[in-house]
Design a protein. Structure first.
Length: 57
């Protein structure tokens, strides 16, 4: 993956989650522990398909 390319975000099961633009390269993604990797353009997966993983503050 190169920065500024259009990418698909998928689950481990191969389900489409979203489409967006890569904000970093594959190498940068692998080297970092946290951060925003994709600027989401379109969400494909319905809300509530999976339980929320992040806690609300």
């Amino acid at each position: 993956i190169e920065k500024d390319t259009i990418v698909a975000v998928k689950t481990l099961k191969g389900e489409g989650v979203a489409i967006g633009t890569a904000l970093m390269s594959t190498r940068e993604m692998m080297e970092r522990d946290a951060g925003i990797a994709v600027n989401t353009t379109r969400v494909l997966m319905r809300k509530g398909t999976y339980p929320p993983m992040w806690k609300k503050k």
